[in-house]
Design a protein around this ligand. Sequence first.
Ligand SMILES: [Zn+2]
Length: 642
Amino acid sequence: MAKSSERRETFYVSTPIYYVNDIPHIGHAYTTIIADALARFQKLAGREVFFLTGTDEHGQKIEKAAAEKGLTPIGLADKVVGRILDLWKALDIEYDFFIRTTMDFHEAGVQKLFQQLLDKGDIYKGTYKGWYCVGEENFLADDVPLDPDGTKICPDCGRKAGVVSEESYFFKLSAYQQPLLDYYAANPSFVRPASRMNEVASFVRQGLKDLSITRTTVKWGIPVLGDPKHTIYVWFDALNNYLTAIGYDWKPDLFRKFWPADLHLIGKDILRFHAVYWPAFLMAGGFPLPGCVFGHGWWLKDEAKMSKSKGNVLDPYQILNAFGPDALRYFLLREVPIGLDGNFSHEGFVNRVNSDLANDFGNLVQRTLTMVRSYFGGIVGEPGPEASDDAALRSEFDALKARVFALMNEYAINKALEEVWVYLNQVNKYLADHEPWKLAKDPARKPRLARILGQATAAVRGISYLVYPVMPRTADKVWNYLGETGRLRDVRWADLAFEGWDPKREVREPQPLFPRVALKDFLGEEPPKKETTMEQIGFEEFQRMDLKVAKIVQAERVAGTTKLLKLEIDLGTEKRQMVAGVAETYPPEDLVGKSLVVIANLKPAVIRGIESQAMLLAAVSPDGKAIIPFFDREVAPGTKVK
Ligand SMILES: [Zn+2]
């Protein structure tokens, strides 16, 4: 019954509907970012995509929370929905439809589905008696043990539960035990990751009881047709959004096109409802089943689960304001595979963003395009003949593109990014090995230089395309710097070629893609100091550092900073520019004419939009002041220091 996603022309992906009695946090953002990246990828791949997200707005908790705030339940829901929509906008989430369970068509659809199963005998009326937690609006699982005083404590919130007995409609879940087990056996990838498939199957094997699906005690919900003192309870209301949102009973063409869903993305805490109740409801209704229910892990803060009650919820805006959406999207998708838990620390976040995005990716783009502009006025033009390592850069891109395609289809986004970064660093190495800044000095080698920079630019274009699903804003920027006239999103995956870069097109002046942010600036405080013991190194490692005497030719402050100077230095055979954090100790005019020691072969870094092509040596005092060791007699610029 599951469809094979490889053959389909459409792709339907959903997030859970988020409960409106909650502040949107990183956990909500995570699921939605995964869905957005996969939806964007599938669109590039040429499929017609339906990306669904939304809100769950019924239930006693909403009723209570609204009353406390002096609002109507729908008034409260409207407010929270506004906040969620703002967050999705700030994160560049491009959903196709946002469902609210208070929408008319949803309520009508759920009532109709209920009636169908009632007529069929899969829903029947009985009496439910059980331990009930008002906080969770939930009957406790039967295996929660009795306390010594004969009562039960809710395992989720620690509050005392009470026995509730009421007339209720039941869904005949017990009848679907064997059909579910058969379905799991025939479709082992229905639940992912695989470890969770085993958990689900063993839960079902222990036996399924019929499920109470209405309440007479909850008013804020969808009434049962013909028996309106009953309100349809949580899961039969919420899960059916996946049917009603794509047109069940109100847009038949849309429904036919997209059902069954390819992928339901959910947090692992609601896996049982999606992997047991949901397929059972669908089987009862005669619907084909979705392709995959993927239970992703949790983001832990300092190893603890984030929750409103613990007060350790991360505010996404703290990160968005400092770094923009792409850095957060990248970090969440790169750091862990979708099925595992991740630990969020600000230090881990800043380190990854500075290293992968500012250094590796940002520098490559900045350096390549800056050279194209300064050596060729922005247009590379006709390149010289291709050498073997040029060809390798091209053929490896083709292989990378195929691997990324396969991995994204498998929802292995972190692996896809890993692969892209291996290639990206290969391009960085290609540039470092060919030293275009040296070739640029010899007019006779201009065709060779054109070949090398053309290749690097083509690679930059290809890389930006591959990271677009994860970092759409950045990819669009690069596309714009490259002078592309069409939109990246309109280029189909199959049509993207390394050779698609046109060397006659003018490259625009790039702006730094990912400004470096120091951890202490981000947190507004010093990070905890770590004891560091330096490791011993061999003489060969020391020899790899190109230490030279440099004479400062010019010095000026970097606008908008108190610490940074931009220096022009003379290395004997060449002049370079560099950025140094010494402005608090030395006014620029004191430095001109002085000689000092620099590391000449350190990878260039872009600091405040200025490429720094060397690093000076200085003693740094605990309060951050830098003291430069100068020479006590004249030394010629370029002299080796060893
Ligand atoms: Zn509870």
